[in-house]
Write a protein that binds this ligand. Structure first.
Ligand code: SF4
Length: 406
């Protein structure tokens, strides 16, 4: 048996349902955007009441809540800032994720118990910058996605007294994160104030010297990056002593959050229990079920290559579709009460995945609606139905429709 310091598994959440799911599926901490002073889209941000509910829920599971306060502060953003930080502190938020030195300073000045985590928006990638933030009293630095393993190793050795948070999974920018103006330029939506229109993933006409449009297989040029997945390197990151593993994707689906969090949770626990027995391939198969782009390793090995990009490729194909969430299960009848999330029908094969047990499969043989009528198809979103599973399932388990490769 090996003993390691277990890193924190840090998940994203765009609403309370996703936050609770992330915690149930094994996240040690969840980061959310506050409605004020946060960068990302307001639609996915939490009110103070939501944050209060999030902290209460997290406390029941021994988990922590981090709130992004990483706005690029303009003069008119200063009003109400101190009161807001005090409110977060009173609620019991663990940390604020910050990109402006003024916020770092006043959290300490006010004597709050909030930890200050330096946002990835600061693009921190070297020991001197990290020591600078340590001297300012910051407890943690969220390293830029562009930090290679080689640099991370040096940073860990040179900066042992500050927590390091490292991205392990999620979407990538083709530009340095937080330094991109494509969206601002093309759609007047400010990527650095939460409004990125993902202009890099649009299709563009490219002209060669003869003036012809450059297309491959009928698809125009795009700069889209593959998504980062570091499951093959989690072991060495644990060995190195990285404090927190960050999953990206506050706008992603419930299915994505549950799948990605539970897979990394299992990997970390299994590796810390017995690293000899862990094969990342098996975990990667699971991650692929919620992936809608091909994977790459981002900047882990240094600069990205052409293999990290999706030039002229549309590569969005989830291998399995999220169809149900289990609300209840009757042991006597082996019937689950479920909430429908996508179309399925009698005869479909379902894979149930869970924070409590290994995946299990069953064929849908009966679906009964709220009026007690047997139906052949489940085609009303969020409808509560009864489905015979023939196997024990649990509340909060989720079901995917299995698609067999032809
Ligand atoms: S346009 Fe693309 S590269 Fe630029 S911020 Fe948005 S996602 Fe990142």
């Amino acid at each position: 048996m090996n003993k390691f310091k277990k890193p924190e598994l840090l998940a994203p959440a765009g609403n309370l349902e996703k936050l609770k799911t992330a915690i149930i599926y094994g996240a040690d901490a969840v980061f959310v955007g506050g409605k004020e002073f946060s960068l990302r889209s307001a639609a996915s941000n939490f009110s103070l009441e939501d944050i209060q509910e999030a902290v209460a829920f997290a406390n029941d599971y021994g988990a922590r809540i981090h709130v992004t306060c990483n706005i690029i502060l303009h003069e008119d953003n200063l009003e109400g800032l101190r009161e807001y930080l005090k409110q977060l502190d009173d609620i019991g938020v663990t940390a604020v994720i910050v990109a402006d030195p003024y916020i770092m300073t006043i959290v300490k000045e006010m004597g709050l118990s909030l930890e200050v985590h330096v946002s990835t928006q600061m693009s921190v990638m070297n020991t001197s910058a990290i020591n600078f933030f340590k001297d300012m009293g910051c407890e943690r630095v969220v390293l830029a996605r562009e930090t290679s393993f080689a640099d991370l190793k040096t940073i860990r050795q040179e900066c042992p007294d500050i927590e390091l948070e490292y991205f392990i999974h999620g979407a990538m920018c083709v530009n340095y994160s937080g330094r991109c103006m494509l969206s601002n330029y093309f759609s007047r939506r400010d990527a650095n104030r939460g409004g990125c229109s993902q202009s890099c993933r649009w299709y563009y006409d490219i002209y060669d010297q003869k003036g012809q449009v450059n297309e491959v297989d009928g698809l125009k040029f795009s700069m889209s990056s593959k998504d980062m997945c570091l499951i093959d390197h989690i072991g060495e990151l644990i060995d190195l002593g990285v404090d927190s593993f960050k999953i990206e994707g506050r706008m992603k689906s419930l299915h994505y959050i549950a799948t990605v969090v539970s897979t990394y949770r299992k990997f970390i626990d299994d590796y810390c229990e017995n690293k000899e027995k862990v094969l990342s391939l098996n975990y990667k198969k699971e991650l692929n079920k919620a992936a809608n782009r091909a994977f790459c390793e981002g900047f882990y090995n240094g600069q990205t290559t052409v293999d990290s990009q999706l030039y002229n490729l549309r590569d969005e194909h989830p291998t399995q579709e999220f169809i149900m969430r289990v609300l209840d299960y009757d042991e006597a009848t082996q019937i689950a009460t479920i909430e429908q999330r996508n179309y399925f029908k009698v005869g479909d094969e379902v894979e149930i995945f869970s924070p409590y047990h290994d995946n299990l499969n069953f064929i849908v043989t009966s679906i009964v609606n709220a009026d007690g009528e047997a139906v052949e198809v489940a085609n009303h979103p969020m409808e509560v139905l009864k489905v015979y599973t023939g196997k024990r399932v649990n509340r909060n388990d989720m079901g995917r429709k299995v698609k067999h490769e032809k």
